[in-house]
Design a protein around this ligand. Structure first.
Ligand code: PFF
Length: 431
């Protein structure tokens, strides 16, 4: 139970509430959701099982797991890659987590009563580009993450996930119901359920696959690390399936919490990463003109939901790096946490400032934040997921993997998932 909650906690995060709605918005709504669900269960879930078996069989963190299961080979560099990618992700992820703290504080102080959508957009651009504000909220978020990590796996991650996950479901259902009762919200519901085939393209496939990896936390060593704490009698398939079902369910619920509210306010859904920060404070405050208290409470609960979901995910990213330093470099939990904190702060602060003082710094045409997001979620994750499925499908002993996942999923891990990833990845590069 604790494992499923922690895994679902890692999976359910900003990817579901912040990323999923704007990617759905940019890629045509319902059809994207269908492709995303198909990929999640047919391609990504078997990879999740494969990554999980590696952790369960080795009882080690990423680098040591590879070193133990394939000694003396280059596979350990995959282990190292999957320490670096969660490190990059947690650094920029904490910037968005920080924005949710900023908005949570503002909603308590009554500062989110935006009179128009323009003023909501202006507020977001002002707060994300003001150096002290964005650095303060980012630092607070990273500190919260590090605090849970220092408490350890049982007292920190498990306890927090067990409390947070049921609360998250309750909150998102409440917000979805509230959103769908706003005048004009049915346009948003239609957008989510009516497929628009004209928007279907090859990029729909690659974005849907990428989103399902992102959402299930695949290819960055999280599933492997969490599974290393599993007992022999625990079922990889049962717990992995539960986590995947919770994750997709939450993404859909988040869609129904956000899109109706976006449409109710007459905002275009394809507004990109700023979508929820620019639109929801306005929607919730202006739609509750007669009942400002209700609007303020819903806004508060919404940003509380984002913060909680972001925290259960950021601890999983942090824990991958943490367990590497503890196992490989024999550090104490406290020392490892402190080292990661300093390093992630330096990288994350550059990402945070790339919305303000460092906005002119470009890396291959991207801002620092955009670059960290791009290389980690488009390239490193895909590479990691591909490598884990090849490792579980081809390098590990067949009997070890098959006894955990059964012959159907073994076939999927060995053949279907890697081939689909390679085909989509290559065609995306060529087109
Ligand atoms: N799965 C989480 C989310 O969707 O927000 C956290 C996450 C894990 C994000 C791994 C990105 C990632 F590469």
């Amino acid at each position: 139970m604790a494992y499923v909650m922690a895994l679902a906690g890692s999976a359910i995060g900003l990817g579901n509430i912040w990323r999923f709605p704007y990617i759905v918005g940019e890629h045509g709504g319902a059809l994207f959701i269908l492709v995303y669900l198909f990929f999640s269960f047919v391609i990504s879930m078997p990879i999740l099982f494969g990554e999980s078996v590696i952790g369960k069989k080795s009882h080690r963190s990423t680098y040591d797991a590879m070193d133990m299961l394939a000694p003396g080979t280059g596979w350990k560099y995959l282990g190292l890659l999957t320490v670096i990618s969660p490190f990059i992700i947690v650094s920029y992820y904490s910037v968005v987590g920080g924005w949710s703290i900023d908005y949570l504080v503002r909603s308590c102080a009554g500062g989110l009563n935006c009179a128009s959508q323009e003023s909501a957009a202006a507020l977001f651009s002002r707060s994300s580009s003001t150096a002290w504000e964005t650095l303060a909220s980012f630092t607070a978020f990273l500190l919260l993450t590090a605090g849970i990590i220092v408490l350890g796996v049982k007292k920190g991650i498990e306890k927090f996930s067990k409390l947070a996950m049921p609360a998250l479901f309750f909150l998102i259902v409440f917000i979805a119901i509230y959103s769908m009762t706003l005048p004009g919200s049915m346009e948003g519901v239609k957008y989510l359920v009516k497929p628009d085939f004209s928007k279907f393209g090859l990029d729909t496939l690659s974005f849907a696959l990428g989103q399902s990896f992102y959402s299930l936390s695949l290819g960055v060593g999280i599933v492997l690390t969490y599974s290393s704490y599993m007992k022999d009698e625990d079922s990889v398939v049962k717990s992995g399936t539960s986590a995947a079902v919770f994750d997709s369910l939450f993404a859909i619920l988040a869609g129904f919490a956000i899109m109706p509210a976006v449409f109710a306010a007459g905002i275009k859904p394809g507004a990109g990463p700023a979508l929820i920060f620019e639109s929801l404070p306005y929607t919730f405050s202006c739609m509750s003109e007669q009942m400002p208290v209700v609007g303020a409470v819903v806004t508060f609960l919404f940003f509380l939901t984002i913060l909680t979901a972001a925290l259960t995910s950021s601890v999983s990213l942090y824990e991958v790096c943490e367990s590497h330093l503890i196992e490989r470099w024999k550090m104490s939990r406290l020392k490892a946490s402190a080292i990661i904190f300093v390093a992630a702060w330096l990288l994350g602060a550059s990402c945070a400032l790339s919305f303000g003082p460092l906005k002119d710094v470009e890396i291959f045409g991207n801002s620092i934040f955009g670059f960290c997001d791009l290389i980690s979620s488009n390239y490193l994750m895909t590479l990691g997921a591909l490598a884990f499925s090849i490792f579980a499908g081809w390098k590990m002993k067949k009997a070890d993997v098959q006894s955990e996942v059964g012959s159907f999923f073994y076939f999927m891990i060995r053949w279907v998932s890697p081939i689909v990833i390679i085909v989509i990845f290559i065609s995306n590069m060529l087109l």
